[in-house]
Design a protein around this ligand. Structure first.
Ligand code: CAA
Length: 259
């Protein structure tokens, strides 16, 4: 499939990489780009050879937010009736294999929200995160007020949403928003290394791990722990559990068949 706002490629036949590509607008996220991103991720998710995905941008910008020019003239009636501007953003949440955000430069507004929709964020040391919507007379509209406090706690999330200030990569790592920070020239390799590692594990165990961690944000502790235990039990029905444990016991490398 050919895309106009993203570039799509695979690495080693098992990692799907999507690069946001609207450089003149700092990868501002319009309807067309988000539809293409959703389509590309769904296609990778459905491909049995692909075990992990990466979403990334350019050195200057992961994404500077929803496209302000495209939404500036909308009325309440437009956005409410059409469920604009972020109606097609949730597609990424239906992707069951892991998605890593590799962030360099600006990840602002919808860009920060998109990164947070991914399963974890690896940042370059020049990354800048923020929810500056307050400066535009609005608030985050793609989960920023919900996912940011879950990631960094109430105080910092309030600070970011109310002042619109940016957080640099070091602060984002301290706050737990990102899992790793590396120099920009190492970002692509770091993200690919993590993705290849994940892709070599049992796909079914990887999907279960993702589902179970996500459950922590949707349920109380007892329900979450029981959900985890049932998934853990279910994995004993897979060939990959037999292979993984047999390989450990016999001191050899496992060869998972993803079943
Ligand atoms: N939408 C549309 N175009 C954007 C954009 C955006 N979110 N962000 C940047 N651009 C465009 C600029 O208009 C500019 O285009 P022109 O060259 O045609 O004028 C180009 O990208 C380069 O931007 P700047 O000249 O502004 O570059 P800078 O280095 O001086 O500043 C910046 C960079 C701080 C990121 C600044 O561009 C900026 O503040 N951008 C807006 C950030 C923002 O407010 N994001 C939130 C959007 S609302 C949202 O996302 C809602 C939601 O929750 C879903």
């Amino acid at each position: 499939m050919s895309y106009e706002n993203i570039e799509v490629r695979t690495e080693a036949g098992k990692v799907g990489i999507v690069t946001l590509n609207r450089p003149k607008a700092l990868n501002a996220l319009n309807d067309a780009l988000m539809t293409e991103l959703g389509d590309a991720l769904k296609a990778f998710d459905a491909d049995p050879a692909i075990g992990c995905m990466i979403v990334t941008g350019s050195e200057r910008a992961f994404a500077a937010g929803a496209d302000i020019g495209a939404m500036a003239q909308y009325s309440f009636v437009d956005v409410y009736k059409g469920d604009y501007i972020t109606r097609n953003w949730e597609t990424i949440r239906s992707v069951r294999k892991p998605v890593i955000a590799a962030v360099s430069g600006f990840a602002l507004g919808g860009g920060c929200e998109l990164a947070m929709m991914c399963d974890f964020i690896i940042a370059a040391d020049n990354a800048k995160f923020g929810q500056p919507e307050i400066k535009l007379g609005v608030i985050p509209g793609a989960g920023g007020t919900q996912r940011l406090p879950r990631a960094v706690g109430k105080s910092k999330a309030m600070d970011m949403a109310l002042t619109g200030r940016m957080m640099d990569a070091a602060e984002a790592e301290r706050a737990g928003l990102v899992s790793r920070v590396v120099p920009f020239d190492k970002l692509a390799d770091e993200a690919l290394g993590a993705a290849l590692q994940i892709a070599d594990f049992s796909q079914i165990a990887v999907m279960a791990a993702k589902e179970s961690v996500n459950r922590a944000f949707e349920s109380g502790l007892s329900d979450g722990v029981m959900f985890e235990r049932r998934l853990f039990h279910a994995l004993f029905a897979t060939a990959d559990q037999k292979e993984g444990m047999d390989a450990f016991v016999n001191k050899r490398k496992p060869a998972f068949t993803h079943g």
